[in-house]
Design a binder for this molecule. Structure first.
Ligand code: PLP
Length: 382
């Protein structure tokens, strides 16, 4: 079996057979010529909602990176989530979601799928017994994120898979925060892996996309059928940009992890910070499990600021290199206040987050510059 970076650069990306182009071409063709009625040419392409060669290259690459038999690329992470829920859930079914689920996932379940009679329970999936207690005879899906957003909680994927399977449910892992370089949930027993490729997989904050990866042939067929029915596909240029980004995923994740480790140490020792949430810190309650199931600890980190909401907002406004923005996983460092930004919509719900919480997406700039930026910003409140 080839190594991760070899797959990132070569899987699904043979030189173009007609021209020798080393880089996968962008095929902006909505339709494909047929040799007589029903006579599809090599590759079987017919119409680009159903399949497109640039998208196929991306899908083969992502399947190799997650160690799955099938990958399906989508126009966004939420497009992927929507199709997966349509495939796995029926009226009357129950789904368990993380108690600090990605806000868009919570909204999709709480505002859309409940309209079709789907029931849900938010659970702290860091606690396997809590999952066991939440399972019902109608539970079809356990939807897990690890590390979670924005609290960086860690769930034991192998343990959740066995509890979910005992209960007759499937385990879906949203692997966006870890990326396929740091964690491969299928190998740990998950049934489906979901990515917002907008984040680390694309890695340059220049394209929105999503993907599902599974080794279940029947499930893959249902996903493709549903995607083709509802149309949530990425365009060929988006697929190409994502493929271009993914080639450097391994080197980027190493640098993200190096930088976030240094940032976590600075914050842990700073008087203006009361708590650092980073699974790489030995004091993090999920550290052992993260060390077991992740290659490294990644670039996402949150912390609590002494002085409450106002101090947290002040820190967010004071950084220069850390740009105040939503999203994550790009080469540039970002800072945000989840309570007022990404997680504003969950205020008052079970998913509410502390109002002195600040989230960082630590980029791959020179770490000394990042540390200096944070020291200066924290200096405005301490
Ligand atoms: C961004 C994100 C999503 C949604 O993906 P989009 O590409 O924005 O639609 C889902 N899960 C997690 C953890 C995310 O960070």
């Amino acid at each position: 079996m080839r190594g991760f970076s070899t797959n990132a650069i070569h899987a699904g990306q043979e030189p173009d057979p007609t021209t020798g182009a080393v880089i996968t071409p962008i095929y902006p063709s909505s339709t494909f010529a047929q040799d007589g009625v029903g006579g599809l040419r090599a590759g079987g392409y017919e119409y680009s909602r159903s399949a497109n060669p640039t998208r196929t290259a991306l899908q083969e690459c992502l399947a190799a990176l997650e160690g799955g038999r099938h990958a399906v690329a989508f126009g966004s992470g939420m497009g992927a989530s929507d199709v997966l829920m349509r495939v796995l859930l029926r009226p009357g079914d129950h789904v368990v979601i993380p108690h600090d689920a990605y806000g868009g996932t919570f909204r999709l379940v709480d505002k859309i799928f409940t309209q079709w009679g789907v029931e849900y329970t938010p659970v702290d999936l860091g606690d396997v017994d809590a999952l066991r207690a939440a399972l019902r005879p109608t539970t079809k899906v356990v939807w897990c994120e690890t590390p979670t957003n924005p609290l960086l909680g860690i769930a034991d994927i192998a343990a959740l898979a066995s509890v979910a399977h005992e209960g007759g449910a499937r385990l879906v892992v949203d692997n966006t925060f870890a990326s396929p370089y740091l964690q491969n949930p299928l190998a740990l027993g998950a049934d489906v892996v979901l990515h917002s490729t907008t984040k680390y997989v694309g890695g340059h904050s220049d394209v929105v996309g999503g993907a599902l990866v599974t080794s279940d042939d029947e499930l893959a067929e249902q996903i493709l059928f549903t995607q083709n029915s509802v149309g949530s596909v990425p365009g060929p240029f988006d697929a190409w940009l994502t493929l271009r980004g993914v080639k450097t995923l391994a080197v980027r994740m190493e640098r993200h992890s190096d930088n976030a480790e240094r940032v976590s140490e600075l914050l842990a020792a700073h008087p203006a910070v009361s708590q650092v949430l980073y699974p790489g810190l030995p004091t993090h309650p999920g550290h052992e499990i993260a060390a077991k199931q992740m290659r490294r600890f990644g670039g996402m980190l949150s912390f609590l600021v002494v002085g409450g909401r106002d101090a947290a907002l002040k820190v967010c406004a004071a950084t220069e290199l850390f740009t105040l923005a939503e999203s994550l996983g790009g080469v540039e460092s970002l800072i945000e206040h989840p309570g007022a930004m990404t997680h504003a919509s969950v205020a008052g719900s079970a998913l509410e987050v502390p109002d002195n919480l600040v989230r960082l997406s630590v980029g791959i700039e020179d770490v000394e510059d990042l540390l200096e930026d944070l020291r200066t910003a924290l200096g405005t409140v301490s």
